[in-house]
Design a protein around this ligand. Structure first.
Ligand code: ADP
Ligand code: MG
Length: 393
C-alpha cells in the first residue's frame, strides 16, 4: 500500500517541481488501544501505529521559500510562503486550511532550535492513505512525516521525542487544536507489533509487545464516517472540565489522583465535573492494568478493559455517539473480545479486538446494523501494528 503512495508522491513532486525530490519520508496514523483524554491530564496512554501512512517527497530550494502541495487538495498546486513569514502566518488564523499542518511544523522546528533564516527553502508534496478526521490521527501523520523530512534535510539532529513535541506545538499554536502529545508520540516512537506505553508527564516511553498475531487476534477499525472537529466544541469543553476538576481538588493534574480519591472528589465537585474526573482517573488505572496484562497474560486478557473504557467514555465523559456505541456493541456481539471508541470522540472510529477468523462476519454484522438504523455505511478494516516515522528512500 505504501509502495503505491511512494510512486504517486514522487510522480506528483516531479510534475509540480520539474525535478526529482531529494528523498521520501513517511509517518503512520495511529490507533489508541486504551488511555483516552488522559494525555493532557499528564496521564498514561497506550497507542500503536497503523499500517496507513502519510508520505512526503521533499526537495530543497536555493532560496528561503516553503512550498507545499497535497493530493488531499489535488488541483490546488503549490501554496507558497517565505520561511521568514511563518510567525506572521501563525498569528493570522484566517488562513485556515490544511496547509497550516506542514507550515506549522516548519514554524515549530524554528521554535525548537532550527534557524529559519539560515536553512534552505523546501518544496514538500504530501500523499496519504490515513483517513482524515477519522480519529486515526492523519494530523500527527502529516506533522511527523514533514517533521522527520525537515529534521534530515535541515540537519537538525533532533531526537524522536523532540520532533513529537514540535508536532504537538504546531498543532496547538499554529493550527489551533488543543490536543495532547499522544498522537505525535505514537507516530514517532512506534515499533512493529508493539504499542507505545507513554507517561505523558515525564514523556518517558516503553514499547510493549502486543502479540496479536501469535494469539490469532487482530484489531478491526470501524470508521463511522462522522468527522470530528478538535479545534472547537466538545474536546475543548472536556479539557476545561478536567482542568477545573484538578484545580478544585488541589492537584497539578488529574494524573495525581487515584481511584481512592474519588469519594472525596464526589463531595467537592459538581456532578458533571465529578464524572469527567472519574473517567480520567479510572482510565489511567485501566492503561496500567492493560500494560501489566499484555506483559504477563497476553492480548486475550485485555478485552474487558477495552469494554470498561468504552462504558466510561459513554457514561462519564460523554464523548461517544450512537454510531460509535452501535459499532462497539455489534463488534462485541460478533465475537470481539473487547471494543471501544478510539481518538478524541464525537465521531471518528471505534476499535475491536477480534479473532482473525471472525473478521468477515463482524464486518457484515456492522454493515447490517448501520443499514438498519438508516446510517451511512461505515468503513471497516483491519490494522496491523507498524513502525513509526522515518526515511523511506
Ligand atoms: P485526524 O487527525 O483524526 O485525522 P484532524 O482534524 O486532527 O483529524 O486532522 C485532519 C486534518 O489534517 C485534515 O482536515 C487536513 O487539514 C489535515 N491533513 C491530514 N492529512 C492530510 C494530507 N494528506 N494532506 C493535507 N492535509 C492533511
Ligand atoms: Mg488529529
Amino acid at each position: 500500500m505504501t509502495g503505491d503512495l511512494r510512486d504517486d508522491v514522487r510522480a506528483l513532486f516531479t510534475a509540480l517541481a520539474g525535478h526529482e525530490p531529494d528523498g521520501l519520508w513517511s509517518a503512520p496514523g495511529r490507533v489508541n488501544l486504551i488511555g483516552e483524554h488522559t494525555d493532557y491530564n499528564d496521564g498514561f496512554v497506550l497507542p500503536f501505529a497503523i499500517d496507513r501512512r502519510t508520505v512526503v517527497a521533499l526537495g530543497t530550494r536555493d532560496d528561503a521559500a516553503i512550498r507545499v502541495a497535497s493530493t488531499f487538495a489535488a488541483g490546488e498546486g503549490w501554496t507558497e510562503a517565505e520561511l521568514a513569514e511563518l510567525e506572521d502566518l501563525r498569528a493570522d488564523r484566517s488562513a485556515g486550511t490544511w496547509v497550516r499542518y506542514p507550515l506549522g511544523i516548519a514554524w515549530a522546528l524554528g521554535q525548537t532550535g532550527a534557524d529559519l533564516a539560515a536553512v534552505p527553502g523546501v518544496d514538500i508534496v504530501i500523499d496519504s492513505n490515513v483517513p482524515t478526521g477519522a480519529g486515526l490521527s492523519s494530523s500527527a501523520a502529516i506533522e511527523c512525516a514533514v517533521g522527520v523530512a525537515l529534521n534530515d534535510v535541515w540537519r537538525l539532529g533532533l531526537d524522536k521525542p523532540t520532533i513529537a513535541r514540535a508536532g504537538q506545538r504546531s498543532e496547538n499554536d499554529f493550527v489551533g487544536a488543543p490536543t495532547g502529545i499522544l498522537d505525535q508520540s505514537a507516530s514517532m516512537l512506534a515499533e512493529r507489533d508493539h504499542a507505545v506505553f507513554l507517561d505523558c508527564r515525564s514523556l518517558e516511553s516503553e514499547t510493549v509487545p502486543l502479540g496479536f498475531e501469535e494469539a490469532g487476534l487482530c484489531i478491526l477499525v470501524i470508521d463511522t464516517g462522522q468527522a470530528h472537529e478538535h479545534a472547537t466544541g466538545g474536546y475543548r469543553d472536556r479539557r476545561e472540565a478536567c482542568e477545573r476538576g484538578a484545580r478544585e481538588l488541589g492537584v497539578a493534574a488529574l494524573r495525581d489522583l487515584t481511584v481512592d480519591d474519588l469519594d472525596r472528589a464526589r463531595d467537592v465537585l459538581d456532578e458533571v465535573t465529578f464524572r469527567r474526573v472519574r473517567h480520567v482517573v479510572t482510565e489511567d488505572a485501566r492503561v496500567l492494568e492493560t500494560v501489566r496484562r499484555l506483559r504477563e497474560e497476553g492480548p486475550r486478557a485485555i478485552g474487558d478493559l477495552l469494554d470498561a473504557s468504552h462504558a466510561s467514555m459513554r457514561d462519564d465523559f460523554e464523548i461517544t455517539t450512537p454510531q460509535l456505541d452501535l459499532a462497539v456493541e455489534t463488534a462485541r456481539a460478533s465475537g470481539a473480545l473487547g471494543a471501544r471508541m478510539t481518538g478524541g470522540g464525537f465521531g471518528g472510529s471505534a476499535i475491536a479486538l477480534i479473532p482473525e477468523d471472525l473478521v468477515s462476519q463482524a464486518q457484515v454484522a456492522i454493515d447490517g446494523a448501520f443499514a438498519e438504523h438508516g446510517w451511512g455505511q461505515p468503513d471497516v478494516f483491519v490494522v496491523r501494528p507498524s513502525d513509526g516515522a522515518g526515511r523511506e528512500q
